[in-house]
Design a protein around this ligand. Sequence first.
Ligand SMILES: Nc1ncnc2c1ncn2[C@@H]1O[C@H](COP(=O)(O)OP(=O)(O)O)[C@@H](O)[C@H]1O
Ligand SMILES: [Mg+2]
Length: 318
Amino acid sequence: MEKNCTACGQTFRPAFVFQIAVTPDGKHHFCSLECRKSTLGDEAFRARRARRIAILNQKGGTGKTTTAVSLAAGLAERSHNVLLVDTDAQGNVGVSLGVAGEKSLYHVLVEGEDPTEVAVPVRGHLDVITSDATLAAAEIWLARQAPEARSKMLTRRLNLMQITRRYDSIIIDCGPSLNLLNQNALSYVDEVIIPVTCDYLALVGVKQVLRTIKDVERHLGHAVRISAVLPTFYDGRTRLAREVLETLQGHFKHKCLEPIRLNTRLAEAPSHRKTIFEYAPTSHGAADYNRVCDWVLATTARMEHEAPRSAAEAQVAS
Ligand SMILES: Nc1ncnc2c1ncn2[C@@H]1O[C@H](COP(=O)(O)OP(=O)(O)O)[C@@H](O)[C@H]1O
Ligand SMILES: [Mg+2]
């Protein structure tokens, strides 16, 4: 179908992705790269869409919050803009980082408040949307919404250009349950990292998570990739831990990351309101989580290399 170029007015038939762009003020067509650049500026060619990762395991105490906070903080230290969202009513993310947001995820979800205003800058490049006990009320509120809306509320609230373009990564710390909030998290993200403790019941836990993800995919029609299984609380001195690790590696192959070792420093850091990189930068915990950050960056680079997004695609997607 023939279109008029937004920049020069010439009539043409769009044949390339770069010739179409969706911006807040509508859909545009450009006959040439020059016309695109003259209207949208150089920014128009910077492919940006935040990578959205949920840290999920229905079991409590598998290292979800530790992983979410350490990954977010590690990426931020590498100058990546990160938004960390707590979806657990226990509010451990805020506690660990020493912030009590004036407003929380409840205000974003239920009151529809602007997430960019609720998010608190806690470190350089790191913003946080905290949660607290009010989230229980949000869960009840969600349950009262229409079936097609109740699992997509987080997506609706966070799917703003100001969010997806401001951040390189959005990391969601999930609570240990199968509630609507976790369904919301899964509907929003593209991928999941599953922290698994290296103990006897680890595999049972992982299987439950895999089943949940499949259910959500089927119900919500939204594909979620399991990008990694992260063995946690690894104590290489015990035979059980070594066996569990081998089993996980056998099952998940390259998706099973190097384990996070059992490390007291990781347990101590939150009580000092510090990230592991601030509290004990030379600890095993810092080294192990640095490796996870490097893995995220390497896989991001690979994803961008394999599937270069045009600015138009990126904008349509966000
Ligand atoms: N690798 C580790 N070694 C020692 N303690 C850890 C490790 N990872 C987490 N912890 C501690 O274990 C507890 C549970 O971890 P947490 O990240 O809160 O789990 P979850 O969010 O899955 O419930 C916390 O007190 C945390 O500080
Ligand atoms: Mg937690």
